[in-house]
Design a protein around this ligand. Structure first.
Ligand code: PHB
Length: 360
């Protein structure tokens, strides 16, 4: 029987176990949106994860939506991340970077020259973001013109190359949580005409082109992707999530990706949104590669998913924040540390690198 503690090869990346650290926004980047020394220590402490998916990182200045999130578009950012990947590798871990464009979930004060955020639509989201003025409503976006899409795809491609230059083992394209790519996928947001709007195939075109570009740049075996079919976070669900995400997975299946990562239910919330069934298994059956699941997994649920083949890997978010040695604690059946929820976003070492590991 397969267990969480068995090794697995995902594409080009060999993992010591199937326990993954989920990407987690912590808003602790230093000047220039660079991963600093605290971030090096934070990830080093968590290197016993089979795989670390480092936090969502903006692919360009226009891709940022919150204060103090790291980027992967400048030389300083590449150098900062290099310290992180060196530390994780020295501790025996594997680490990929999540490539992020927030789309309309941003504010003019965070963007170059006070620019409006960009999206599939010019309609504003009902959402808040965190800026130097605190939590404030997001700004009204500008709809990207079709002839701007090649430049956007080039930003993803360049960011993927930068991630490899920074020493990452690969990247995860963030196509979840109602950020830019999902703002194209869903008909609840995307109100375009033309090649990137209307039909499911058209709405999924951007994701397909991004995946082709990223995989073309760094290799499909170093490229993963994250989806969240039933998350409402900053946008309503698609009118037919099963058909939309079924098409998306069909489109991704032939690419030979390192993995597909699916958030089940509402991100960070309920696994079974009221009266809204979704057949994740149907997606899994359509995808030939490693299948990673996430969202509110208990140890028992995770062990069961890997044992019965429902999943190849399980990503844990909040448990990895408060337990740097989560893998050992799960193996030993040791109790978990309590999460300090008021220290998730922003601040310094407290609630970041001071969670204790078990004593030897
Ligand atoms: C957040 O900053 O709240 C955030 C970032 C990335 C996600 C989800 C939430 O995918």
């Amino acid at each position: 029987m397969r267990t969480l503690f068995d090794p697995i090869q995902i594409g080009d990346i060999a993992l010591a176990n199937r326990i993954v650290m989920a990407p987690l926004t912590r808003n602790r980047a230093i000047a220039g949106n660079v991963a600093g020394p605290l971030t090096v220590e934070y990830y080093r402490q968590r290197a016993s994860a089979g795989l670390i998916i480092a936090e969502a990182s903006q692919i360009s200045p226009m891709a940022q939506g919150y204060l103090d999130t790291p980027g992967i578009h400048s030389a300083e950012q590449i150098a900062g991340w290099r310290q992180v990947t060196d530390a994780v590798h020295a501790a025996g871990g594997k680490i990929v970077l999540q490539l992020w464009h927030v789309g309309r979930i941003s504010h003019t004060s965070l963007l170059p020259d006070g620019a409006a955020p960009v999206s599939s639509t010019a309609r504003k989201a009902e959402a808040m973001t965190f800026t130097s003025q605190g939590f404030i409503p997001v700004s009204t976006p500008r709809a990207l013109a079709d002839d701007e899409i090649p430049g956007l795809i080039a930003d993803y491609r360049r960011a993927a190359g930068n991630a490899i230059a920074a020493g990452f083992d690969g990247v995860e394209v963030h196509a979840a949580n109602t950020y830019l790519i999902e703002q194209f996928l869903r008909d609840s947001v995307n109100d375009r005409r033309g090649p990137y709007g209307g039909s499911i195939a058209n709405r999924a075109r951007l994701l397909g082109e991004v995946m082709q570009a990223v995989a073309g740049e760094i290799g499909a075996g170093r490229t993963g992707v994250r989806l969240s079919p039933m998350t409402t976070f900053t946008a309503p669900l698609d009118s037919n999530p099963q058909a939309l995400y079924g098409h998306v997975v069909e489109q991704l299946a032939p690419l030979g990706l390192a993995y597909l990562h699916v958030i089940e239910g509402e991100t960070g919330g309920t696994r079974t949104p009221d009266g809204k069934p979704f057949d994740y298994d149907a997606l899994h059956r359509a995808f030939p590669g490693p299948w990673m699941v996430n969202n509110g997994y208990s140890q028992r649920l995770a062990e069961q998913a890997v044992a019965d083949g429902t999943a190849d890997l399980v990503a844990f978010g909040r448990p990895f924040i408060s337990n740097p040695d989560l893998v050992r604690r799960l193996r030993d059946g040791a109790p978990l540390n309590e999460l300090q929820a008021d220290k998730l976003y922003g601040g310094g070492a407290e609630g970041y690198i001071d969670y204790p590991a078990l004593a030897d």
